[in-house]
Design a protein around this ligand. Sequence first.
Ligand SMILES: [Fe+2]
Ligand SMILES: [Fe+2]
Length: 266
Amino acid sequence: MTWMSWASYSTAACSEIGRIISERDYSVMHDNTRIDEIATGIYRISTPVPPPVIPGGFTFNQYLIKDDDPLLYHTGPRKMFSLIRTAIESVLPVQSLRYIGFSHFEADECGSLNDFLEVAPGAEPLCSQIAKMVSVDDIALRPAHALGDGENLVLGSHTVRWIDTPHLPHAWECGHLFDTTTSTLFCGDLFTQGGHQHEPLTRDDILDSSEDMRAQLDYFSQTRNVRSLMEKLASTSPSTLACMHGAAWQGDGAKLLRQLAERLAG
Ligand SMILES: [Fe+2]
Ligand SMILES: [Fe+2]
C-alpha cells in the first residue's frame, strides 16, 4: 500500500474524505457493506471504498449498540445512507434507534443525521455540548441531547460515557464515547488506517499503519493538550478500540493510546 497518491489531494484532511466520496461514483461499493458483532451487543458496520474511488482504498465504519435504547455511533456520509440503513436493519428495526451519536461535526461522522432522524422518530442527536451549541441544534431536525465531560448515559444493559477531547484529533467540539459495560472506546478518527480490506476486529498492529497514514495526511490538530487528553482516554483502560476507519482492535488499549500520545507529542 502506498499513500503517495494521497499527497495529490492538496486539501488533505479527514474532513475532505467525505467531500471526495460525495463527488464520486460509489456504485462499486454496493453489497460490500458488512456488519459484525465485535463486543457484546456492539456491531461494526463497515463499507470498503476501493482504490478507484479513493486513492489507496479506505473504509467508513459506524457502530451500533443493540440495547433497550439503541445507539448508532456515526452515520457515515449522506450518500451511504441506504447502505448503512440496510446493515442496521439486519440487527434491529431502524425506526427503533434512540440515539444518533457522533464524535464531531463532519460528513462521515454525521452526514446522514437528518435521514436517520426522519426514519427513527424517537431518535435524538447525541453529541458534545459544544457541538450542540455550535452546529447541531441549527442543522438537525430535532434538538441534540448533549453530554458533558464524564457524563454517563444508560442505554439498558450498556452504559456509555462521554469524554471531551477538544481538537483531538480535530474539531473544537470533538469528543469520544466509551462503553463502560464492554470497555469499548469508540475512538473515532484516532488510529485511522488506510486501505479497504480489513478484518472486523484485529489484535495486529494498528499504530504503525495509522502513523503511516498520518505521515501522508496529517489530520491531527497539533493541540498542545495532546498528552493530557490522551491520558483521559487511556485512563478508561479500554480493551476494544472501535476505530472509524480500518479494523477495530482488541488488546491493551491504555498502552496503545499512550504509545500514540508519545508519537503525537514527540
Ligand atoms: Fe474527522
Ligand atoms: Fe472520520
